[in-house]
Design a protein around this ligand. Structure first.
Ligand code: 9MJ
Length: 682
């Protein structure tokens, strides 16, 4: 019986060795020598023996890669030697500076480097005790990481036991876990088929898979590991001369090591290696974001040492923007917060700059013309860093016969209002500013802003919430808001809800200039709004004014005039204005300067300076009234000042006015001047 058990134990060990060897050939060397069916047979035989003789099961048996129960949280693991980070170089000059520092540090004319691809994955440390994989951890803060042992065990290219007769008692192996591009694409297809979210790039997919508390999920996402260094060890076999020897040794221990690792000498060879890997990048089976240069001699590494957490002997040379070729399937139009219509290219998904890109901005119709882009074209897409992908150019030779020209829509795809492209402007814009859903937040924020309706407390966060919850759709809805609706908004205390309601209520009493400005008409800023109010004097006159009439107002040219006409041509905009009035928003109207044919306001073109506190009017109020009648308010007194309006406790402006002989008014003097203009105009 004992003999029998001994024989079974030997068989179990032989099966494990054969299975692990096959894993190595299959997953690391990519060169299987055993048919799949034979592998399955060995695996089943081992499973059956372990079922019959459970005491023979060990944690490092290949049957134990999967099957652990989910964890409730990851525990922490301290790295026995800290995990380093690398400094980056973004161009040849920075690499040159790195090489110079290294040469100066070593007093050497030319240095030998081990060069490697820089994997875009997750750094991990694997700890082997007496040749058995015991624990594995993320990099964490470099000193302490998360214990992801069970997940790492599911990665078939990580050996569970070291294939050596006399393993070291301790060996930490450092490297990167990643998902091969092919596995990433398959995973995303599966996610799509199951109606689950696709991953943006292989790095995210690898991270998402590795940080699963359920190793069963990790096991279903094929991950890969590449070793690039060691931590603490007492391995007598470990080479002591060079980094490249260490990598070769790790390879002999059956760890995957990048095939592209090389040993080179001198700065130029670093840059050549960078160029060579950049050329191969697209075709490499894994995502990389640069290359790594490490001083090869370990004695030299030690001599150079570290600056904080990063070694002086190594640098990561990162890739710049990346480009790829794909097909432009369609051009959609998006409407931005300000009403700008932006054409967006829908692309056949393409892997570029580390992510799968499906859309690219085309900016505007002019850009489409300039780049000669047609729907159906083969295009070069660029994604540099984290910026929005863009179309670089068209490969005209590949244009299919049915490629067609894009035409900018005449109406807003969101609200249906007329879309216009003004002379001299690159973009088309939606004219439905007050009701277009795409522009709601922006329109309401602007409407409430201090220089417009001045509704205190109605800021970005609150507007986000009331619009997202469909409590408010247009500025008019603000005046129909009840406390109850506001109190429902998250984190809104009763007191602040009351304050906002009070601020909305008091904003009802405003000036025509503020109201015009608040409408957010394209090209109508505060100064233009004041000019319009002063010269037209009433909302109805503004709404009915033709482009020619508007151009009678000083400083208003054809572009501004057209923007105004377009805005009021939208029935929905006019409706919102009617609703605002119906809700009680009001202002003083007057006949206006232009309208009062021949009669000139005594304030028109006159310059005023205000000083001291006026008894009943606020400074702002006085300023608005003066400006509404064509006067100008400036900050300092000069010979050109026509009137200085003096209140209580006037400043030095009063003395200066006396000195220069400028006319001085008190509040009642100003009031009669303002009043006389009304009389004149009536
Ligand atoms: C990557 N990410 O491929 C290192 N790395 O060396 C390579 N990272 C590294 N080496 C020391 N190839 C710290 C990090």
């Amino acid at each position: 019986m004992n003999e029998n058990i001994e024989a079974i134990n030997l068989r179990v060990q032989a099966l494990r060795a054969a299975i692990e060897l096959h894993n190595y050939r299959y997953y690391v060397l990519d060169n299987p020598t055993l048919p799949d069916a034979e592998y399955d047979r060995l695996f089943h035989e081992l499973q059956q023996l372990e079922l019959d003789y459970p005491h023979l099961i060990t944690a490092s048996s290949p049957t134990q890669r999967v099957g652990a129960v989910p964890l409730s949280a990851f525990s922490q693991i301290s790295h026995r030697l800290p995990m380093l980070s690398l400094n980056n170089a973004f161009d040849a000059a920075e690499v040159e500076a790195f090489d110079r520092r290294v040469r100066e540090g070593l007093g050497a004319a030319c240095v030998e480097y081990a060069v490697e691809p820089k994997f875009d994955g997750l750094a991990v440390s694997l700890c082997y005790e007496n040749g058995i994989f015991k624990t594995g951890a993320t990099r964490g803060d470099g000193n302490t990481g998360e214990d992801i042992t069970l997940n790492l065990k599911t990665i078939k290219s990580i050996p569970l036991s070291l294939p050596v007769a006399h393993p070291p008692s301790i060996l930490e192996v450092r490297g990167e876990v990643l998902m091969l591009k092919a596995d990433f694409l398959k995973l995303n297809q599966r996610q799509l088929a199951r109606g689950e979210k696709e991953f943006a790039n292989p790095r995210n997919a690898a991270a998402g898979s590795l940080r699963q508390l359920d190793p069963g999920i990790t096991a279903n996402r094929r991950l890969t590991f590449f070793a690039y260094g060691i931590g603490l060890h007492d391995d007598a076999q470990m080479p002591t001369d060079t980094h490249s020897q260490v990598l070769n040794y790790l390879g002999r221990l059956h760890f995957p090591v990048a095939r592209e690792c090389r040993v080179v000498s001198g700065l130029q060879s670093l840059l050549d290696y960078f160029d060579a890997i950049a050329m191969q990048r697209e075709r490499l089976p894994y995502a990389i974001d640069g290359v790594v240069y490490k001083v090869n001699a370990l004695a030299q590494q030690e001599k150079l040492g570290f600056v904080s957490r990063a070694p002086r002997f190594a640098v990561a040379h990162k890739f710049p923007a990346e480009e790829a070729v794909t097909e432009l399937l369609a051009i959609d139009v998006q409407v931005g917060r300000t009403g700008a219509l932006t054409p967006v290219a829908r692309l056949k998904p393409v892997f570029v700059g580390g992510v799968t890109v499906t859309n690219a901005t085309l900016h505007n119709a002019g850009e489409i013309e300039r780049k000669n882009v047609r729907i159906g074209d083969t295009v070069i897409v660029r994604r540099a860093g984290d910026v929005i992908p863009e179309i670089v150019s068209v490969i005209v030779e590949k244009r299919p016969a049915n490629a067609h020209i894009f035409v900018m829509p005449a109406s807003c795809p969101v609200c249906g209002a007329k879309a216009v492209r003004l002379d001299g402007e690159a973009v088309s814009r939606c004219t439905g500013g007050l009701f277009c859903p795409a522009q709601r937040k922006q329109a309401i924020l602007h409407f409430a802003s201090r220089r417009a309706m001045d509704i205190e407390g109605l800021g970005g966060k609150l507007v986000d919430q009331i619009v997202d919850q469909a409590i408010v759709r247009t500025p008019a809805d603000l005046y129909r808001l009840g406390i109850a609706a506001l109190a429902n908004v998250e984190r809104m205390a009763d007191k602040s809800a009351n304050n906002v309601i009070a601020a909305i209520e008091s904003s009802k009493s405003t000036t025509l200039a503020r109201f015009i400005y608040a409408l957010g008409i394209r090209n109508v800023g505060e100064a233009t709004a004041k000019d319009l109010a002063a010269h037209l004097g009433s909302m109805d006159r503004l709404m009915q004014a033709s482009s020619e009439q508007l151009m009678q107002v000083p400083d208003i040219g054809p572009i501004v005039a057209q923007s105004i006409v377009d805005f009021f041509a939208e029935a929905h905009n006019r409706e919102v204005i009617e609703q605002l009035r119906a809700c009680g928003v009001h202002w003083d109207e007057h006949a206006g300067i232009s309208a009062s044919a021949g009669v000139v306001s005594p304030l028109n073109g006159k310059t005023f300076v205000l000083t001291g506190t006026l008894p009943t009017m606020s400074r702002e109020e006085a300023k608005e009234k003066i400006e509404a009648l064509g006067g100008k308010v400036t900050g300092s007194v000069s010979k050109k000042t026509d009137y200085v309006v003096v209140g209580v406790d006037p400043g030095s402006k009063y003395d200066k006015a006396m000195h220069l002989g400028v006319a001085i008014l008190d509040e009642s003097g100003l009031a009669s001047l303002l009043g006389s203009s009304t009389i004149l105009n009536e």
